[in-house]
Design a protein. Structure first.
Length: 118
């Protein structure tokens, strides 16, 4: 196999299989010889970049999941506070109604006491 056909075959293999781990054997020391080293260096560099991108994507995904958990926790807290506020409002209304009844009773008692001659 000629060096050009070898290079073409390796590049085709990389492209078809999406395999950046393919390496190029050292070619003859003619003008195509340095290509094997250059291609190996290039694909090694690309692997490093892709590994960095994958790691960054994983970090972003983990952070998004954390943020989602925090948001859910905040939402639960807001619902709990809302429930407490609604309960407090209902209690305040009941208290106001009780005070109104007590006021009415006090007024009625005063009126009844005033009917007695002292």
């Amino acid at each position: 196999m000629t060096p050009i056909n070898y290079i073409r075959g390796q590049l085709t293999s990389i492209q078809k299989n999406s395999d950046l781990t393919v390496t190029f054997n050292k070619l003859d020391n003619d003008e195509l010889g340095p290509f094997s080293t250059s291609f190996n260096d290039l694909f090694s560099h690309l692997r490093g970049i892709l590994i960095g991108v994958v790691n960054a994507a994983n970090t972003v995904s983990d952070s998004a999941q954390e943020q989602s958990s925090v948001a859910e926790s905040i939402n639960r807290s807001i619902i709990a506070i809302s429930d407490i506020a609604m309960h407090s409002t209902a209690s305040a209304l009941e208290l106001a109604q009780s005070i109104d009844k007590l006021t009415d009773l006090a007024t009625t008692m005063r009126q009844q006491v005033n009917t007695f001659k002292l």
